[in-house]
Ligand binder design. Structure first.
Ligand code: FAD
Length: 389
């Protein structure tokens, strides 16, 4: 077997799975190089436990250098250029040549996309934001808390609902306080990719907890001094505490490489995750995968941006790169299966999952919330660090 170099860009969920599996499958007769601008792998599904005091930031990170125990080379640095024509990438001023490339650079927050959003709101998709949220909830004395979803797509479609449930549960404990929690979203229903039944179920859970659900509202302006959001059409919402899903964008380096569509995401073959170059694959949040199945009303559905898909896609890409290098046919195909927990902030969690490639529409179901599901999520975090890092 000829020695090959596989470069993996990004040490998040997709990147660490791909690196582990490719190295294991090819052994010493290959170089597997993983590059990330951060020194740590941070496990975002555990973010909200920081608000609750169940985790400290250090507990949900692992140094990517640990991968070197397994023979994976780790390079810390920002990928500044991808040159598909030369089979090369640049990390700072270092050029690295590859035979195969896996792009797993994720999606970034783009708080500047909406005027005043950064001044007025807490971005709970960042570790800093999560720590701020923890502090703000401890001292909160206002009445209206808003969880805002200002744009799509965004990662983890369950996360803004989880934060709303968590905030409601925490603030309810403040004796005598009259606090209203609102979810204001551009979407028509919660988690639209999971279909109307799951959406209605989450709407029901919000209503049971007294959380006001305001769908199909688009931000017109935000006034940090007056603590108000004005939506298009003129409706206003007071927000003594504004918690937001950030607008998302892909890292500039993939746009400059000519790998992306007009929206900035990388279109890939939905079964093989191959880009327009046969030796370049993309997995996870950075991809744009259109679903052929439809819910009514007819809207273009995409594979949601979630770790579970990054993980499943990375398994397929790893198997097919190994097959190529071993000189056998690529056989594994991604089947569009995925699931996630929905934590309700009171020690219980729901679990939604299904088959997103199913025709004529994806089949996704949600299990009734229970303590068992919440415990399963804790077990999954332990498994994650043990298995991949
Ligand atoms: C609060 C929250 C809760 C979530 N909960 C869940 C959940 O319960 N279940 C679930 O399935 N998903 C969940 N997600 C979503 C999940 O974390 C992401 O979908 C997943 O991490 C995507 O994996 P990825 O490999 O595509 O990208 P990421 O994990 O984001 O990794 C991208 C990596 O690329 C690196 N990088 C970016 N640009 C560069 C560059 N130019 N040079 C070098 N390195 C670069 C970054 O540092 C990062 O390490 C949650 C997300 C959040 C924010």
């Amino acid at each position: 077997m000829e020695q090959k170099t596989v470069c993996i860009l990004g040490g998040g969920i997709g990147g660490v799975v791909a690196a582990n599996l490719i190295k294991k499958g090819l052994g010493n007769n290959s170089r597997v190089i993983l590059i990330d601008k951060n020194s740590d792998h941070i496990f975002a599904p555990s973010f909200l436990w920081i608000v609750d005091g169940k985790r400290e930031p250090e507990q949900i990170k692992r140094p990517l250098k640990r991968l070197e125990r397994k023979g994976i080379e780790f390079v810390r640095g920002e990928v500044t250029k991808i040159s598909p024509g030369d089979n090369a990438i640049m990390v700072g001023d270092q050029t690295i040549k590859y035979d195969y490339l896996v792009v797993a650079l994720g999606a970034e927050s783009n708080m500047g996309a909406i005027d005043n959003l950064d001044d007025a709101a807490i971005n709970f998709y960042s570790l800093d934001g999560i720590l701020r949220l923890k502090k703000e909830l401890q001292k909160f004395k206002g009445e209206d808390v808003v969880v805002l979803i200002p744009s799509t797509p965004y990662k983890c479609p369950a996360a803004p609902y989880e934060v709303a449930f968590l905030v409601e549960a925490r603030l309810r404990e403040k004796a005598g306080a009259k606090i209203n929690t609102h979810v204001c979203t551009v979407e028509g229903l919660p988690m639209p990719g999971a279909g109307p039944e799951v959406g209605q179920m989450i709407k029901g859970l919000l209503a049971n907890r007294g959380i006001n659900f305001k769908p199909t509202v688009e931000v017109d302006s935000i006034d940090p001094k007056l603590k108000t959001i004005t939506f298009k059409g003129g409706e206003r919402q007071r927000a003594d505490l504004l918690i937001t899903v950030p607008p998302h964008k892909s890292p500039d380096v993939v746009k400059e490489a000519g790998l992306t569509n007009e929206a900035g995401w990388i279109p890939v073959d939905k079964k093989t995750l191959e880009t327009k170059f046969r030796n370049i694959f993309a997995v996870g949040d950075i991809t744009a995968i259109k679903l052929e199945g439809r819910y009514k009303p007819e809207k273009q559905l995409m594979v949601p941006k979630a770790g579970v898909f990054a993980h499943g896609e990375a398994e397929v890409v790893a198997a097919n790169i190994i097959a190529d290098i071993k000189g056998v046919t690529r056989t594994l195909k991604f089947n569009g299966e995925g699931s996630c927990f929905l934590e309700l902030g009171d020690g219980t969690a729901g679990f939604a999952g299904g088959r997103f490639y199913e025709m004529p529409r994806p089949i996704v179901e949600m299990k009734k919330p229970s303590r068992l599901q919440a415990l399963k999520k804790v077990a999954f975090e332990k498994y994650w660090f043990w298995r991949w890092l």
